[in-house]
Design a protein around this ligand. Sequence first.
Ligand SMILES: Nc1ncnc2c1ncn2[C@@H]1O[C@H](COP(=O)(O)OP(=O)(O)OP(=O)(O)O)[C@@H](O)[C@H]1O
Ligand SMILES: [Mg+2]
Length: 238
Amino acid sequence: MNVLGVYGLHHQFGKQPEVLRGISLDIEPATMTAIMGPSGSGKTTLLNCMSGLLKPTGGQVLYRGQNVSGMSGTSLDQLRRTAWGFIFQSYNLIDALTAIENVRLPAVFDGTRMSDQTAVQALSSVGLAELATHYPDRMSGGQQQRVAIARAIATHRDVLFADEPTGALDSESGREVMDHLAGLPDAGTTVVMVTHDPMVAARAQRVVFLYDGRIVADTAGLTSHQISDRLVDLEAQA
Ligand SMILES: Nc1ncnc2c1ncn2[C@@H]1O[C@H](COP(=O)(O)OP(=O)(O)OP(=O)(O)O)[C@@H](O)[C@H]1O
Ligand SMILES: [Mg+2]
């Protein structure tokens, strides 16, 4: 069964023209999919509809057969606590908590306990064991993003939604973050990621291109050069 199914999705903010104009997409388990397209093409809106942050004005999103768009706030909260992880361009860590406390946070909300060992192992797997007791505001952007990934690793997220996860990073930190993100499907996590960067997108098995709220290409196995060429073509149309 697919992890996520998007069927005839439409979205419109108020009375403005539609931002999503009929999007259908099946996401297979334990894969990484990149969503690309010119600025304003609807990438973030699509991701937010998929993760229940935004209620689409038409169509459906199914998560393992459950209708996300029709779910109550409580059921969505439950999924966020137990099954879904999020990584945004700004790292969404809590500055008053250390790295290890940030990693353990979902387990705290969940009412389950996470051992120090599990949290430290997750931090080690992203190369941050020594920074376990440091606070995020003393870390580089790349380190903060790796803490966010460690959190997803430690809590075994079924799906990780990432919006421009390397958007605020220099290319070296971006590459490190991607090395860790790209390993998540091997551990069973399905990653859906929005990015502008062809090098980042080339790490995904599949790249879906949006233009003006529609899917215009659904590709696999493209090199970063080929991805970049496609984007240039799309931006020329914009
Ligand atoms: N909350 C909102 N209210 C009104 N319009 C919005 C809102 N959020 C997004 N839009 C509009 O919807 C369109 C798509 O926005 P979206 O953020 O999905 O694009 P994007 O592809 O993620 O762009 P970018 O690459 O710049 O992040 C844009 O025209 C944007 O101005
Ligand atoms: Mg966006």
